[in-house]
Design a protein around this ligand. Structure first.
Ligand code: NAD
Length: 490
């Protein structure tokens, strides 16, 4: 069966609307979705406010009861069909992701490929064993089974909008939950409409997935709504802290997947061409707008000069511009405000003694690949997640010092160590306070089969993906069964 349609996205269906049990206008009006590279108007979608979230949550709660009773094989079949549709219509959808989120083609392609992998992984979750037979203290039967939470609220960011939305939505749905999803309003299509369309066409019952683009007010409404039992949030530490506070107050389970300041440690025995290529990919992919971006490059004193030279040569040859031209390595930064933040962090580092060896300037939203050497504690570039294409080099004298510097961060998401001796790299890496450690690779790695998440300011100890999904998106129910009721002493 050919599932490819010439206009799969079906703009006319959803212009000015959001997905409740059906496509409907929202109470909060509509938002214009624009291409950050050109400012061209791409589409308009419904903008949700707190009243829209309340409506979506009530409708989702209604729909969830029947959804939880569907056969696991039925849920798996719908999910697998949604993944098939994503891949079959990939070419059209990649164009939307490129234009809406300022992604170069390979990055948009990764979103489709990984998005489909996450959905297929979720389909497999639906048919996993769901319980345990427990030993007891009398002759009744005791067992425990995993049950869905009910309605899961999903809140996602702009940077990898499709993957970061679908990884939570698909797992929650597979395990019998309904979902109210709020994508970032800047990427309402890649993080919302595309997902709505694949599940709609795959035959997901109406009401089970509600997608309402909106801002912080809609996100906060998800955290306080009495019909929503759990919130899965991916975004900044600042947003996550607010979400955690509200969910705590309203006694909801909350999963927080937050930012990072990820160290790539290059040891003295590393192949420097390979190390420079890893550093460039980790620091510059998607303009550095990735939670796992390589935020610090820790280079051993003996190789730092040569590594820096190679990295500067790479940075100077990476063109920034409109991804639709097909000729650039770096696209636009998501907003003018974020460009100003990047510039302020670079200027602060230079004012405090860092050497600017490449970039450090921008043409509108196109920020040049930048290399700063001599980055130190006390500089914003050392401490903060930049979310821009800035490679920050820090030198160290011993493996122990590399560990000490990397562990100075409040974040703890990902790290990489590059060395000719993988055992030495592993021994060093295991001392790092991170959720993901990559030996002989840079820091940007993700996929459906690993439990992904961070320590410190990078999260609240939750994980998403792989074996973590059943733990996160279901809860235990203990059931005891006596043949017949018996009398108590009073
Ligand atoms: P952000 O926190 O500002 O926004 C993320 C989402 O949260 C958006 O949908 C936004 O509308 C919503 N939001 C913002 N304030 C909220 C509030 N008070 N209550 C409820 N919802 C709220 O994040 P951003 O700066 O747009 O995104 C980039 C951040 O996300 C970076 O810090 C990045 O590292 C992080 N991130 C983390 C992961 C991960 O898996 N750990 C993945 C990608 C991005």
């Amino acid at each position: 069966m050919n599932m490819q349609s010439p206009n799969f996205i079906a703009v006319e269906k959803w212009t000015g609307k959001a997905l409740f049990s059906d496509w409907q206008t929202t109470g909060a009006g509509a938002i214009e979705v624009r291409d950050p590279a050109t400012d061209a108007l791409l589409a308009s979608v419904g903008l949700g406010g707190p009243a829209d979230i309340a409506r979506a949550a009530a409708e989702a709660k209604q729909a969830q009861r029947a959804w939880a009773k569907t056969l696991p094989t039925e849920r798996a079949a719908i999910l697998n069909k949604a993944a098939d549709l994503l891949v079959a219509n990939g070419e059209e959808l990649i164009g939307w992701i490129m234009r809406e989120s300022g992604s170069i083609q390979p990055k948009a392609g990764i979103e489709i490929e990984h998005g489909a992998l996450f959905i297929r992984h979720a389909a497999n979750l639906a048919t996993q064993p769901t319980g345990l037979v427990l030993s007891g203290f009398d002759n009744r039967t005791n067992y425990a089974k995993r049950v869905p939470h009910g309605v899961v609220g999903v809140i996602s960011p702009f940077n990898f909008p499709l993957v970061l939305s679908v990884r939570a939505i698909a797992a929650a749905l597979a395990l019998g939950n309904a979902v109210v999803h709020k994508p970032d309003p800047r990427t309402a299509i890649s993080g919302g409409i595309i997902i709505a369309r694949i599940f709609e066409e795959a035959g997901l019952p109406k009401g089970v997935l509600q997608i309402v683009p909106g801002g912080a007010d809609a996100g906060e409404a998800i955290c306080t709504d009495p019909n929503i039992a759990m919130v899965s949030f991916t975004g900044s530490a600042r947003g996550g802290s607010k979400v955690g506070e509200l969910c705590g107050k309203h006694l909801k389970k909350v999963q927080l997947e937050l930012g990072g300041k990820n160290a790539l440690i290059v040891l003295d025995d590393a192949d420097l061409d390979i190390a420079a290529s890893n550093a460039a990919w980790g620091a510059f992919l998607h303009q550095g707008q990735i939670c796992m971006a390589t935020g610090l490059i820790l280079a051993h004193n003996s190789i730092a000069e040569a590594l820096t030279e190679k990295l500067v040569a790479k940075a100077s040859h990476l063109p920034a511009g409109d991804p639709s031209s097909g000729r650039v390595a770096l696209g636009p930064i998501i907003s003018d405000g974020q460009v100003a933040t990047i510039q302020a962090i670079v200027d602060d580092a230079v004012a405090k003694g860092a050497k600017l060896l490449a970039g450090g300037t921008h043409d509108g939203r196109f920020y040049a690949a930048t290399v700063l050497d001599g980055v130190k504690p006390g500089m914003r570039a050392f401490e903060e997640e930049i979310f821009g294409p800035v490679a920050c080099i820090v030198r160290f004298a011993s493996d122990e010092e590399a560990v000490e510097i990397a562990n100075m961060s409040d974040y703890g998401l990902a790290a990489g160590v590059i060395s000719a001796a993988s055992g030495r790299a592993l021994a060093l890496g295991e001392q790092l306070n991170v959720g993901q450690l990559h030996i002989n690779d840079q820091t940007v790695n993700g996929g459906p089969f690993a439990p992904f998440g961070g320590r410190g300011k990078s999260g609240n100890g939750s994980r998403i993906g792989g074996p973590a999904d059943i733990e996160e998106f279901t809860q235990w129910m203990w059931i005891s069964v006596k043949d017949q009721a018996t009398a108590y002493p009073f």
